[in-house]
Design a protein around this ligand. Sequence first.
Ligand code: PGA
Length: 252
Amino acid sequence: MRKPMVAGNWKMNKTVEQARELVAQLLPDLQAFHTVERVICPPFTALLPICAMLKGTDIGLGAQNIHWEASGAYTGEESAAMVKEFCQYVIIGHSERRAYFGETDESVNKKVRAACEAKLTSIVCIGETLAEFEAGRTEDVLTRQVIAGLGELTIEQAQGIVIAYEPVWAIGTGKAATGTGANEVIAKAIRSNLVKLFGNSISQQTRVLYGGSVTAENAAEFFGQPEIDGALVGGASLKIPGFLEIVRAAAK
Ligand code: PGA
């Protein structure tokens, strides 16, 4: 049995004061859903104050990026060990980082290894663009992203990694994939490649989230699918009733 997970990716939103306010309002209800692994991923500046607020709860904290090097002259970057001081999770290879900040499957691979080394749980994002989807290349693209992004990890490193399948055309567009469509893609192009890389047991153990315009209204459609183990939520994670409804749907 894979424990369902709902992670909120706040992206570049909320000052420290705003972040504290949102968490303060979320916490009382969010704490009730112990059967769901709940993770909040605020911007870097809010990690320390939110870490303090989450102490004593079973709600996890995640960063939205790390650098793969342990330390050194990398202005503007944070290492896995630095993130680990506050967080248990890190989002790696989000499509916005791939599109705007030059991240590649190779950098994803290095970051996942750095996260493993620091004992951070990676939430590795993969997904095809609209052009790739329309050209019928979804399976090829995901295969490449899984093999190149996670290749050469040891079985031990692969254990516990979380994958977020986020079709780029569904992110922030209000046009989510369908539950059955995402389920099929995950079975054919993600779990099958995990089997090739790490064997059946790791493939069955690995949680695969869906992401891309998940809302309180459509969440249950995704969570009802056998291959989907939760959601990576962007826009809706900033809305209090909406995010709680998504977590509630995952708990059912
Ligand atoms: P969205 O973003 O829920 O706003 O579509 C999801 C994500 O980018 O992780």
